[in-house]
Design a protein around this ligand. Structure first.
Ligand SMILES: C[S@@+](CC[C@H](N)C(=O)[O-])C[C@H]1O[C@@H](n2cnc3c(N)ncnc32)[C@H](O)[C@@H]1O
Length: 173
């Protein structure tokens, strides 16, 4: 029931925090603890209306946040326009990667939810993450979904220790 209400409220553009820790997803909560006090440079791939981006900007110590989406929704400006520490790149994740620096502290993937799309995002952005930085994203959990299959196969094949909580997954480079 809660998740139906959550989805409906998100659909009409309202923020609803019941499922998230103060609106911040588990990977970001982990980063806040792991890199406490460090000014962070990171990326969110797949921004939609900027709901999660707003929480990243509000609740994390962000030096620069690169926000990547194929389309810039008008709601984004309204939601995060007051922050001056982000850059919106209106392009596909692959093309946008050329405009994003290396040595990133984190990359959060929540864009193309098909098998090849998730793997492409990992392979494109992992080299851009600094050693000890974190890469991960959303929608891990249901074994029937392509995101879950892609991530599970990737971490198994590469012998990676992966963390997951609720629907987030991540690992340390
Ligand atoms: C699930 S929504 C993102 C939700 C957002 N992370 C949040 O939690 O508020 C997915 C977004 O990914 C974008 N997207 C899909 N494929 C993409 C790609 N290849 N490159 C960049 N963005 C993409 C879509 O336009 C959509 O806005």
């Amino acid at each position: 029931m809660t998740s139906i209400i959550h989805t409906l409220l998100q659909f009409i553009g309202m923020d609803f925090e019941i499922k998230w820790d103060n609106g911040l997803r588990p990977m970001m909560v982990f980063i806040n603890k792991e890199f406490y006090g460090v000014p962070l440079t990171g990326v969110e791939i797949g921004v939609y209306k900027g709901i999660h981006a707003k929480y990243i900007l509000r609740k994390m110590n962000i030096k620069k946040l690169y926000l990547v989406d194929i389309y810039k929704k008008k709601e984004i400006e309204k939601r995060i326009g007051k922050f001056c520490n982000f850059v919106f790149i209106e392009n596909s994740s692959l093309k946008a990667s050329k405009d994003i620096p290396n040595e990133l502290d984190f990359v959060y993937i929540d864009s193309n939810h098909n098998y090849d799309g998730v793997l492409l995002d990992i392979e494109t952005y992992l080299p851009k993450v600094r050693k000890g930085g974190i890469i991960g994203g959303h929608d891990f959990g249901n074994p029937l979904e392509e995101v879950t299959r892609a991530i599970a196969e990737y971490v198994t094949k590469n012998n990676i220790k992966m963390f997951f909580k609720d629907r987030d997954w991540w690992f340390i480079k």
